[in-house]
Structures are given as C-alpha cells and as structure tokens.
Write a protein that binds this ligand. Structure first.
Ligand SMILES: Nc1ncnc2c1ncn2[C@@H]1O[C@H](COP(=O)(O)OP(=O)(O)OP(=O)(O)O)[C@@H](O)[C@H]1O
Ligand SMILES: [Mg+2]
Length: 265
C-alpha cells in the first residue's frame, strides 16, 4: 500500500461549511460564502466554494497560480458578480452600501498612475466618505510613503506603488480588508511592519482576508483556505493543516494538499 495518502482523502476531510444565513446570526462571520461559483468561458475560476471567516482574524488564501484566489477576492469585494451561490460581507451582499466598511487592494494596478499617491488617496478617501487629512497622512505614514506622496505613481518603484495601493485600501479604517498579495514587492523591513499592523487591526476587531504565495506569511494567518483549480481543498489553522497532512512544515502541507506528491511520512 502506498505510504502517500491520495489528495481525495484530504478533500474528504476538508471542513468548508458556511452558515445557512449569516444575516440572521448576530456576531456571525465577517465574511461568508455558500456554494460560490464563477466561470470564465470554459474555466471554473471559483467552484462551489463555501467558507466562513470569523471576525477579527487574518484569513489567508493559498493556492497555485490560477487557482482562483483573485477571483474569490473580487467576488468578496463585489467587483465581480457570482454565477451562482452567495457572498455575505458583514451579513449583507457586497455592494456600494458597504464601501465605508470594506477596503480592497487588488492584485493588479488599483490606483491611477498619472496621479500622485496623495491625489489617489484623496480620491479613495472621497469615494469611501473619509475627509480627514490626518487619516490620509496616517495611512501614507503607515506604508512609509509620506515623503514620496507628491510624486506621480508611475514614477514610484513597483514596491512603492503596492504600498500606495495598500494605503488607499485602509485609509477609511474599514471593518473588513480584502488584500490581494499585499506584500509582493515590499521590502522585508516594511513587510514586518505591515504584519505588525495587521495584528493590531485584528486586535481592534478588523477582519483581513488576504492572498499570498509566501509560506512565512501564511504561517502568520489565523486560518487558511487552500485552493486548487477554483476549488477549496481544505480550511484550518496552519497547525490544523499540518496535522491533517502529517507534515512538519506548512510548505510540505501545502504541497501535499495541492498534490505534488511530496513525501511526508
Ligand atoms: N477576467 C477574466 N477572464 C477570463 N479568465 C479569467 C479572468 N479572471 C481570471 N480568469 C481565469 O480564472 C482562473 C483563476 O484566476 P485567478 O486570477 O483568480 O487565479 P489566482 O489564484 O489569483 O492566480 P495567481 O496566483 O497567479 O494570482 C485562471 O485560469 C484565469 O485565467
Ligand atoms: Mg491572483
């Protein structure tokens, strides 16, 4: 008998249940989906995904390229409409009414590059209903861009552009932050600073859903969802996923779950 457990075993034990109706649950999950599906032509980008994200945690989406992480985040942000299934953010369907409560940092250019970081910030703050100059300065300070804020975005380095995009997502102090690979291109020192801030936001009750390919970041998430080909393979804390697969590291657990056949036992 093979000493490798087939992926299907893991699929069978994956726990991915979402509440029936989060709207009716006081203090229910900050974010939930039920049988969520999104297709692009022949591609099932998100397939039958049900998950529940408790309030005040950092929830990580892990998966190979094209596994559906960005599509799922876009569905949660209300940028895309599902083909079927449901999304609830703070108990309601994503839409304009939520803009004051949700911050979304897309994976690809989410800010205007012919404007300065400060001008971008003003636009986002206006859309989200924040007028406070102090809040805008605070967000730029957090991402270490205050001294660069009057430069055109297109003249900033890629890492700086990502930092400006993050500042725009959190300027209005949302209850839910949806961040698509927020630390790509960000230097290690600032990355540590970001994670300290994420922790602080969690302590204040803010829920963060982020995607990442970095295992050190995944290890810092309270809970993780592993995706492959649009499907949710497993959900759990980093510790639970290691236990589920018998792996000693999260990277091994991840590789086991996505079926790379890494020897774990
Ligand atoms: N607007 C679109 N039109 C057509 N296909 C799309 C569109 N958006 C995503 N897809 C497809 O859906 C699948 C999932 O893509 P998605 O961007 O969600 O993956 P991902 O997990 O975020 O990948 P990565 O790690 O590379 O960012 C891919 O096959 C992709 O080509
Ligand atoms: Mg992506």
């Amino acid at each position: 008998m093979s000493k490798f457990r087939p992926a299907v075993d893991v699929l069978a034990t994956a726990s991915a249940r979402a509440p029936e109706s989060p709207q009716e649950v006081p203090d229910g999950p900050a974010v939930a989906t039920s049988s969520l599906c999104k297709r692009f032509g022949q591609i099932d980008a998100v397939k039958d995904v049900s998950l529940a994200v408790p309030r005040g945690v950092t929830f990580g989406l892990l998966g190979p390229n094209a596994s559906g992480k960005t599509t799922l985040l876009r569905l949660l942000a209300g940028v895309l409409k599902p083909d079927s299934g449901h999304v609830w953010v703070l108990g309601v369907s994503p839409g304009l009414d939520l803009r004051a409560h949700v911050g979304y940092m897309p994976q690809a250019a989410g800010i205007w590059d012919l404007m300065t970081a400060w001008e971008n910030m003003r636009c986002f703050a206006g859309i989200q209903g924040v007028a406070s100059k102090a809040q805008m300065e605070e967000a730029l300070e957090l991402v270490g861009l205050k001294d660069q804020m009057h430069r055109l975005v297109k003249h900033l380095s890629i890492g700086m552009q990502r930092r400006a995009s993050l500042a725009c997502a959190l300027v209005h102090r949302p209850h839910v932050l949806l961040l698509d690979e927020p630390t790509v291109g960000v230097d290690p020192v600032l990355k540590v600073h970001f994670w300290e801030h994420f922790r602080q936001l969690n302590a204040e009750g803010v829920t963060i859903v982020l995607s990442t390919h970095a295992m050190d970041e995944a290890e810092r998430c309270h809970r993780l969802a592993i995706m492959r080909e649009g499907c949710l393979l497993a959900q759990g804390s980093p510790h639970e996923l290691k236990e589920l697969t018998g792996a000693s590291t999260l990277e091994s657990a991840f590789l086991r779950l996505v079926g790379e056949g890494i020897e774990l036992y």
